[in-house]
Design a protein around this ligand. Structure first.
Ligand SMILES: [Zn+2]
Length: 106
């Protein structure tokens, strides 16, 4: 069983309970009718839709998702968007830190 983004239901449930805020910028999610920018969206930390485990699936805000697009996380972190918003290793969710630690990024 998978949801409409191809994410297994058990992973979806786990991630929804884990990621209460954007895993990148830390914004608290809003209902879609309040603000589109801080609406939650499904994110593959590594841009590979075949990696569907909870270590690669996360929830991030619409704004971060749109900015990151198909960029590699390491490259995106150097973008103007991240620099302006102060998005850096220190403020990100443990799931993202774990990925970056594996990539030897600090
Ligand atoms: Zn965000």
């Amino acid at each position: 069983m998978a949801n409409r983004w191809g994410i297994p239901i058990e992973v979806e449930t786990l991630v929804i309970n884990r990621d209460r805020k954007c895993v990148y910028c830390g914004v608290t999610f809003t209902k879609s009718n309040e603000s589109r920018k801080s609406k939650q969206t499904w994110e593959h930390i590594i841009n590979d839709i075949r990696i569907n485990g909870p270590e690669n699936i996360a929830l991030c805000c619409c704004s971060c998702n749109a900015s990151k697009g198909a960029k590699k996380l390491e490259d995106w972190l150097k973008s103007k968007y991240c620099l302006t918003k102060g998005i850096a290793f220190g403020i990100m969710a443990p799931v993202v830190k774990k990925y970056l630690e594996n990539e030897n990024y600090k």
